[in-house]
Design a protein around this ligand. Structure first.
Ligand code: PHE
Length: 406
């Protein structure tokens, strides 16, 4: 079979065996919710940008951070992975986790994909804001497109240490072997500690400016291929710890590959949806994509940071199960089915859960049963409307996933 070319943002890409983006996903590219007037994601973006503008001023009183919020979401493998020193066999590269345009291009899975190109262009302090794409489960807090703010700050020795201090950013780390949780072998402990202090106090300040002065928080050690050491910031929300962001001291190899040899950097990445859902008590992530004025108008006021979302109304759910035998379990991922459901059912699908995973003792065949919950955001769905959709999902699964409906 000849694969169809993929047309995206005025460009044509040759499809290959990596291509897995669906029409549903394609239709969401370029919506730029983070730039849409009064949209809650836009409001959160603005608050974060203002926090950085006022927190980092140069000697003339001007903001040092610059903002990039209109970068093309179609990136190549180098941008999304290689330039960030992500190992060739790292799980985050898997076809089952990313939307590939073809083997060379994908929809960016994080805003960090643009880090090196902006550093190489000469920037030291900058924010990147935009839509990112990940294949994932379906529920009220997951959507295949969400929005992130990423930041980078680079500092020279003179910016880091006081005049007259005989300290340096780098040391020869040749006798350090293996992973060091405290720092990278090439960095001096003094430099790393000062950077860690600025990074953490900046981010705690950001969390408090978003969620209130009294916000409780904690730091958790983490791992990212592009930072070392790395941390996650969690805040106490609704009786539980919620992960707000990931951050760390940038791997020096990333700076080196962008031509920077005299600076050390910190970086972080944060999801906008989670923040907006907390601030406004928005119960379902699909609402961000609603074009209903009943949703958007609620965030128009000057004082929008204190708005608590009022449900337009709660319409009833419809539950339908689907069970099938899997033809080739080694080449089946639940994410394939989730994408199919999204592609056919669109935003009428609220949740899909794997409720049964069964291996027949005699035949060795594997069967999955998924529960699909349908709910319209703005009206009541009838059972017969749902039946039509459910049948279409069954037929599409049968034809494209090599499964047999039970
Ligand atoms: N890219 C990471 C993510 O999407 C977040 C991150 C950015 C972590 C920069 C560290 C530094 O989860």
């Amino acid at each position: 079979i000849k694969l169809k070319d993929v047309r995206l943002m005025q460009n044509t890409y040759a499809a290959d065996e990596f291509t897995n983006i669906t029409d549903k996903i394609t239709s969401l590219i370029g919506k730029n919710l983070h730039l849409q007037l009064h949209h809650p994601l836009n409001n959160v973006r603005q608050r974060i940008v203002e926090y950085f503008y006022k927190s980092f001023l140069n000697t003339r009183g001007n903001p040092t951070f610059s903002i990039y919020d209109n970068l093309n979401p179609i990136v190549n493998i180098t941008q999304n992975f290689d330039s960030l020193l992500i190992p060739k066999d790292h799980v985050s590269r898997k076809k089952s986790d990313c939307y590939y345009v073809n083997k060379d291009y994908l929809l960016r899975a994080h805003m960090t994909a643009h880090q090196t190109e902006l550093i190489a262009s000469g920037l030291n302090d900058f924010l990147m804001v935009g839509d990112v794409y990940r294949r994932d489960e379906i529920d009220s807090t997951h959507y295949p497109v969400f929005h992130q703010v990423d930041a980078v700050r680079l500092k020279t020795r003179d910016q880091l240490f006081r005049e007259g201090q005989d300290l340096s950013i780098f040391e020869s780390g040749k006798n350090s072997v293996g992973i060091n949780q405290e720092k990278q072998p090439c960095h001096s402990l003094e430099a790393v500690k000062l950077m860690e202090h600025e990074l953490k106090s900046t981010l705690v300040g950001l969390a408090k400016s978003l969620f209130g002065e009294k916000t409780e928080y904690r730091w958790v050690d983490a791992y990212f291929p592009f930072t070392q050491p790395s941390w996650e910031l969690e805040i106490w929300h609704n009786g539980d710890w919620m992960e707000l962001l990931g951050c760390g001291i940038m791997r020096q190899g990333i700076l080196k590959n962008s031509g920077i040899n005299d600076r050390i950097g910190w970086a972080f990445g944060l999801g906008l949806e989670r923040v907006a859902m907390c601030i406004h008590k928005i119960p379902d992530i699909r609402l961000f994509w609603s074009s209903d004025s009943g949703f958007l108008n609620q965030f128009k006021s000057k004082d929008n940071k204190n708005v608590i979302y009022k449900p337009i109304s709660q319409f009833p759910q419809c539950k339908n199960d689907i069970s099938f035998w899997i033809g080739d379990p080694d080449n089946f991922s639940s994410n394939d089915f989730y994408d199919l459901v999204r592609n056919v059912g669109g935003d009428l699908v609220e949740q899909v859960t794997l409720v049964d995973n069964f291996k027949h003792p005699k035949t060795g065949k594997t069967s999955h049963c998924y529960r699909i919950i349908y709910r319209h955001m703005e009206k009541t769905l009838t059972q017969s409307e749902v039946n039509v959709l459910h049948k279409e999902i069954e037929d599409t699964a049968k034809n494209s996933l090599n499964v047999t409906i039970r």
